[in-house]
Write a protein that binds this ligand. Sequence first.
Ligand SMILES: [Zn+2]
Length: 425
Amino acid sequence: MRQSFARFVVVCSLAALACAPPAASKKNPGAVSPAPTAAVSVGINTVEQPDPGIAAMAARLDLEKYKATIKGLTQFGDRRQGTDRNRAAVDWIEAQLTSYGCTPTARITYDFRQLPRTPRPPMDSAARARAAMWGVGGARVRGTRMPTGVNTDSSRQPDAKLRALDTPQSVDGERQEVYCTKVGTTHPDEMYIVGGHMDGIGWGEAANDDGSGTALVMELARVFSSPDVHTDRSIRFILWNNEETGLDGSRAYVAQRAALQGIENPKGSGKYPEPKWLGMIQHDMMMFDHGLPNADGTMRKEQRREANVNIEFQSRSKFAADAERLAWAFQSANEKYATDYPAQVGRHMTNTDSSPFEDLVPSISLRENERGAQIGAGWDPQWHQPTDLYTTYGDDDFRLGLNAAQTTLGAVGTLAGAKYEPGSR
Ligand SMILES: [Zn+2]
């Protein structure tokens, strides 16, 4: 229920550094809180310690496993929507989720037709000045700005095998996207939605955009599906299709399933095909934070030492206040559970699959950089390009994605009341 979420986030915002777990509700006497964690004083601040059970779950996230899942996705090239390679990738993802015990899996089916693009009217000088200053989502752009766009030129992919794999073009028609759900033990009727998009574009392997977010969601499905992990509330792991065409897969989900929330079906079964949405958390481009482009348009070769996970909410959305509190709960989880990189909160979430949810439920995105001010200004030169390949990235890049996984595992584990009970089934 939203009320219980609101009560939780109030505690969270008041304590600033220490987010309390949801309290047992009088209306819901069955609601079981996660065990309170010990707090220690550091100077004038009280810092909540990691929950040992959730920390043990986070320790099951592993850099080599995360890399192997990204590598597995890149065998399907750019996984462009409406192609055989995209359908094969959906099948492969579903087989992986099943092997993790995240069952039963399910699919959303919808129809997609590419409408002819209406060319944008040419910009006058005032519009050009505005566009130079402001990115999408309301973000203020600063510093060197590099051109961005989608590569459509096959000859820019030098690898003949990959070029051949990426050659068949998208055909209008039926589309599918796959999900699986960890069903909550005390509140199966409420859930958090954890997503990334499995389709890509640009004549590469879509390793970072968004193999990195897809693998993150799959890795969380693996850890939460372990028989010794139980959660009070449900968690849905979903791999959107058709993000690159304009968030069409997540829009289809909202259109088909928003009205089904919280309905028990069949009646009296205790089963909720669409539990009530408590929050939506999207992961899109997780690995590359090499900083502001150099003045000559080149980039640093290495991950910048100050690299961080960017957690964004949308301050213009209907659920802005609750979404902001959700973002800070994630920042707090990052401090407790992420091993290498910190997290930063921003208010300009935009252009990803959390957007169709933002006026319906508190929604956030996790990324390598801010979408509007940084990715949109050219901070990721692989974005939609033939260079978005598994081999482009080093361990410091992959580790940033892993730290986002640790952050979401810690936050969603806390919010959903996860318990690690070794020996239980
Ligand atoms: Zn993306």
